[in-house]
Ligand binder design. Structure first.
Ligand code: NAP
Length: 308
């Protein structure tokens, strides 16, 4: 189902990058729409707490997401709540195919589609999703009230989710594969100060136990090979993110990690295709950086559309 309308811009993703761009495009009177497969605001909606967004001290993720989304609503930004399954470019126009087979056309596109959770690759990891395995403490933490939970990972996500869960669960095991943490020191200190947390390093998970749901996790010491079994009801594997770029079918745009490199105008090496936020190859991923990317992309999209 091809719609003859040609948008000036389509924004794929409604996290801080997409919203940052949308606000600027709206002010400039550009004909555009925002596409989102999840809920407006993106992943901030499931962050238990955001510590370092300017002017907001330790704000719950859903509250910050609502502030972003209110901007979209106040500006009456056109919003299409559908999943993009393919992005191609033909004859200088971008073709965006949605899951319901609608095809949208645009002169420029901003990729702001963010990331999804990296899997550990263990047996039962997919099968037990929703049966003891979760990637989202704020969504599912209450299922484990007064129960024992294991969180795996040593980055900010694992530390933050473990802190949140420690207020609900009777005991938290935090298992990390190195003795040093990738996440912020103050979060490690905060976690250690919780009375019900045991930090176990350097261990990796090797087997999820249980018949129909999680009943435990076997972990292995990385140097000695010693194994331990943790009897838990909940398992939160938080071992990083992979980019949501599987739908991008334009040659040469993705790097070897499926991330999207850009120049300083946020344009990829495909003319008219811009990208920002967590899908860029960069050292740190922060909400304010994504928002900034969206605004820089907007400025350069406007210049391109005006032929400047
Ligand atoms: P991350 O920073 O990439 O951390 C992933 C963690 O998982 C690392 O500790 C890594 O261990 C471990 N890991 C990776 N693969 C593993 C495997 N196969 N088995 C066991 N452990 C494995 O990911 P993230 O925590 O999701 O954070 C993503 C980005 O969002 C980061 O830039 C982070 O700073 C940012 N973020 C920021 C905040 C904030 O409030 N500032 C909150 C959440 C996220 P190694 O350390 O050994 O590699």
């Amino acid at each position: 189902m091809e719609n003859n309308h040609i948008y000036e811009t389509l924004i794929i993703g409604s996290g801080p990058c997409g919203i940052g761009c949308a606000c600027k495009l709206k002010e400039a009177g550009i004909d555009f729409a925002v596409l989102e497969s999840y809920i407006p605001g993106g992943k901030i909606n499931i962050a238990p707490r955001v510590d370092n967004y300017p002017h907001e001290f330790q704000i719950p993720g859903p509250d910050l997401a609502m502030k972003f989304v209110n901007r979209l609503m106040d500006l009456k930004v056109p919003f299409i709540n559908k999943e993009v399954i393919s992005l191609t470019k033909e004859n200088d126009l971008f073709k965006v195919e949605l899951k319901d087979q609608t095809i949208l056309l645009a002169k420029t596109v901003l990729l702001a589609s963010g990331t999804k959770e990296r899997k550990l690759g263990l047996a039962k990891e997919d099968e037990f999703l929703g049966h003891g395995i979760s990637y989202c403490a704020i969504c599912d933490g209450h299922f484990f009230r007064n129960k024992e939970i294991v969180v795996v990972g040593g980055g900010n996500s694992a530390l933050k989710e473990a802190i949140y869960l420690s207020r609900l669960a009777s005991k938290i095991y935090l298992v990390h594969r190195r003795n040093e943490f990738r996440g912020l020191n103050h979060l490690v200190d905060e976690l250690k100060a919780m009375g019900n947390v045991e930090i176990i390093t350097p261990y990796v998970p090797v087997e999820i136990l249980g018949e129909e749901k999680v009943e435990g996790l076997t972990i292995e010491h990385r140097e000695t090979g010693e194994r331990r079994t943790l009897k838990v009801d909940g398992f939160f594997p938080l071992v990083g993110q992979i980019p949501n770029t599987q739908f991008v079918n334009i040659e040469g745009v993705k790097d070897e990690s499926n991330l999207i490199p850009v120049n300083k105008t946020m344009e990829t090496n495909c003319e008219g295709l811009f990208a920002g936020g967590d899908i860029l190859p960069r050292e740190i991923r922060q909400i304010y950086l994504a928002e900034h990317d969206g605004m820089v992309a907007a400025k350069n999209i406007i210049l391109k559309l005006r032929g400047e």
